[in-house]
Design a protein around this ligand. Structure first.
Ligand code: NAD
Ligand code: ZN
Ligand code: ZN
Length: 377
């Protein structure tokens, strides 16, 4: 089958790889209808992780069940499903408590597994024609048959739940104001989730014009951080009042004035949030970064204004999204026409165009905001 394979920094290729097989009675094989490129893939693509050449990318996967193991009891061949990016067992302590992003069974020595991701276990990605789904009854969410809402449902694998999770991590309550740093796919989903959840004001900070336009289109207030300090801009618009919550949907590759400044968003959030407010951090930070800006950053140590953070009594939530905790409800909001997250989708392509799409999405040019790959067309 065809798959998107990591070759070298800034290079992926579409190669022929072996078809996945059932390796355990609880496995299913899914024929992929839609799989997405994620900002998280870019960290590996740019050589900013320990990812080795040969890894098949793709953790945002949806398709039709084509084969099931003898232990699979709920799923049937022909079911239309979307998989959380997390691979989880469903029965460890963390899974039982709803923290499926921190499953202790799927990736020995580590809490959490994912498809097609460095350090996240032996699970090839789904930017390919077929995907093996372990613990399939737990890891696959069934969808209505047919092709309706394909792009919306594909976003249930990661960014819609992750954006929603970022808002939850901040401690957000309806009626509050929130500043979302990053208007990439995750940031746009956080801004959209905050709006769906009754925010009074949503600020969306980025510097990519097409992304700020999308933020504006859903009713967020765009803030371009290239024009002036984003915290100053928000405080000015609010007559000096801070916001209740902030979300970091950028992570460790944040930029400021054209340079990477990994702590810039964390520091800005401490400044912009009112005393006793909250910070949600779905943006990725890593304990090992070969391309880190200094010796500390290479080991995941960043300067953080802990004094102000403490003085203001702020709280912070971090980590990978427990997609399973949200995806059923968000699916039902899509079916019920209450949510249409696919407004972020900018490109839908066959798999052969993936290398070009990676390049353009990585450069954040030509409106490449969210790319969906259809590997079997
Ligand atoms: N926690 C999770 O489960 C989870 C899941 C998916 C993605 N992520 C992470 O979320 C982050 C965002 O993902 P994405 O797909 O939206 O990626 P993306 O790279 O497309 O978006 C990041 C955006 O941040 C902007 N940005 C850069 N510096 C900034 C700054 N100083 N202030 C404001 N904006 C700035 C960029 O212009 C870009 O538009 C990544 O770190 C990704 O790894 C986490
Ligand atoms: Zn993703
Ligand atoms: Zn588990």
């Amino acid at each position: 089958m065809k798959a998107v394979v990591y070759v070298d920094p800034f290079k992926v290729a579409v190669r022929d790889v072996e078809d996945p097989k059932i390796l355990h009675p609880n496995d299913a094989i899914v024929k992929i209808t839609t799989t997405c490129i994620c900002g998280s893939d870019l960290h590996m693509y740019e050589g900013r992780t320990a990812a080795q050449p040969g890894i098949v990318f793709g953790h945002e996967n949806m398709g039709i069940v084509s084969e099931i193991g003898s232990g699979v009891s709920k799923l049937k061949v022909g079911d239309r499903v979307v998989m959380p990016f997390n691979v989880a067992c469903g029965h460890c302590r963390n899974c039982e408590s709803g923290y499926s992003a921190f499953c202790t069974e799927v990736n020995p020595g580590f809490a959490g597994g994912a498809y097609g991701y460095v350090a996240m276990g032996p699970y090839p990605g789904g930017q390919a024609q077929y995907l093996r789904v372990p613990w399939a009854d737990f890891n696959a969410l069934r969808l209505p048959a047919g092709t309706e809402h394909e792009a919306d449902f594909a976003l249930l694998a990661d960014i819609f739940p992750t954006g929603w999770h970022g808002v939850s991590l901040s401690g957000f309550q309806p009626g509050e104001s929130i500043a979302v740093f990053g208007a990439g796919p995750v940031g746009l989903m956080s801004a959209y989730s905050a709006i769906l959840r009754g925010a009074s004001e949503v600020y969306s900070v980025d510097h990519v014009p097409e992304r700020l336009d999308k933020a504006l289109s859903i009713g967020a207030i765009p803030v371009n951080f290239d024009q002036a300090d984003p915290v100053d801009q928000i405080l000015q618009m609010r007559h000096g009042n801070m916001v209740d919550r902030a979300v970091d949907a950028v992570g460790y590759q944040a930029v400021e004035k054209g340079h990477e400044v990994p702590n810039t968003v964390l520091s800005a959030m401490v400044r912009v949030v009112r005393a006793t407010g909250g910070l949600g951090v779905p943006g990725l930070y890593v304990p090992s970064d070969p391309g880190g800006v200094d010796v500390h950053a290479k080991e995941g140590y960043l300067m953080f204004p802990v004094g102000k953070f403490f003085e203001k009594g702020l709280s912070m939530g971090t980590g990978q999204c427990n997609v399973k905790h949200y995806n059923r409800y968000l699916r039902d909001m899509i079916i019920g026409q209450r949510a249409k997250p696919s407004f972020v989708v900018s490109h839908e392509i066959p798999i052969d165009e993936a290398p070009v799409a990676y390049e353009k999405f990585d450069k954040r040019i030509e409106g490449y905001t969210k790319v969906l790959i259809h590997p079997n067309v």
